[in-house]
Ligand binder design. Structure first.
Ligand code: R5P
Length: 330
């Protein structure tokens, strides 16, 4: 975008107007945390349903001429959260917000980012098309499954990285004395980034997936004998990838296994499965609300949740002030 649209009211010295933070119902606790970090109040946005289940949105204050940041991860229930995101974006655009940034801490459908078989959809691209069409002028997200998803948008995307947050916890528990493990070849880049921060070696699991929801570990590449292994992944869904990786690492002589992952998708049964697995600690972030589903904290003494709110808040303030966000990636 080259500037605020004609007719937009500029309410402070910022060309896009005052910062206004809004939350969908995807993760209101995270939105509150972000608001506290920035030092603003969330704008009032009421989401209701018609009798037939369709959503309605009422934004209870003027957004005209404002620099609006809408926080809405498209996690479970994915379809509902997506539709909500589209409808709120539409409402904001029609209400003359001067710039709209969709803050999507967890980007649903991101694992379907390429065709792997004939007649496959590329759902991650379709979602990007609709988000733009609905009215987003920018996107802020965290740890995309594949960096190429940024290119699915023709608007600026700030794809934040939670690695430093996860690294802090690993260092707190083990210092630098770990082997960082990627649970598949696609995650090597992520493992390398964490290993660089920790100044640690890496290992890789050669994972094969015979069917969509099953995982078969084939080989451990690298020396894990006697090592404290920390597996790093972008997300945990069924837990199958990590559990298989942990078992393979221990079979290869690892001393212990911890897991750090950005997005706790945690599909049904995952928490119990992870709890029963030979993993000492599972560390995720709050991009997705933890109560989102059937699990509770009581089921998960091994689970630790770190907040990405300070990272997202900093990115929002920098985007609003037109300052560089790249420092956050270093
Ligand atoms: C796969 O490429 C991803 O990075 C994750 O490893 C995977 O999606 C996790 O899924 P699950 O927990 O169901 O194995």
């Amino acid at each position: 975008m080259g500037g605020p649209p004609a007719g937009a009211v500029v309410t402070d010295s910022n060309p896009y107007g005052e910062l206004l933070l809004l939350s969908g119902s995807g993760n209101p606790e995270l939105s509150e945390r972000i608001a506290r970090e920035i030092g603003v109040k969330l704008a009032e946005c009421e989401i209701t349903r018609f009798a037939d289940g369709e959503f309605d949105v009422k934004i209870r204050e003027s957004v005209r001429g404002h620099d609006v940041f809408l926080v809405q991860p498209t996690c479970h229930p994915v379809s509902d959260n997506l539709i909500e995101l589209f409808i709120i974006l539409d409402a904001l655009r029609r209400a003359s917000a001067s710039r709209i940034t969709a803050v999507i801490p967890y980007y649903g459908y991101q694992r379907k980012e390429k065709k792997t078989q004939a007649r496959d959809p590329i759902s991650a691209k379709l979602m990007a098309n609709i988000i733009e069409l609905a009215g987003a002028n920018r996107v802020i997200c965290v740890d995309l499954h594949a960096e190429a998803i940024q290119g699915f948008f023709d608007i600026p995307v700030d794809a934040l990285i939670a690695t430093k947050i996860l690294a802090r916890r690993v260092r707190e528990r083990h210092g630098h004395d770990v082997v960082v493990v990627s649970p598949d070849t696609g995650g090597v880049h992520r493992a390398r980034n964490l290993a660089r921060i920790l100044d640690a070696p890496i290992a890789v699991i050669d994972k094969r997936r015979p069917r969509d929801d099953t995982v078969e570990v084939v080989n451990v590449i690298g020396d894990v004998e006697g090592a404290v292994c920390v597996i790093v992944d972008d997300l945990i869904s069924t837990g199958g990838t990590l559990i298989n990786a942990a078992v393979a690492l221990l079979a290869s002589g690892a001393k212990s296994v911890d897991v750090v992952a950005t997005h706790g998708v945690l599909s049904d049964g995952a928490v119990a499965r992870l709890h029963a697995a030979p993993i000492d600690e599972i560390c995720i972030t709050d991009t997705i609300p933890y109560h989102n589903g059937s699990h509770s904290f009581d089921d998960a003494p091994k689970l630790r949740i770190l907040s990405v709110a300070p990272l997202i808040a900093e990115a929002i303030v920098r985007v609003h002030e037109g300052r560089s966000v790249s420092e956050l990636f270093r």
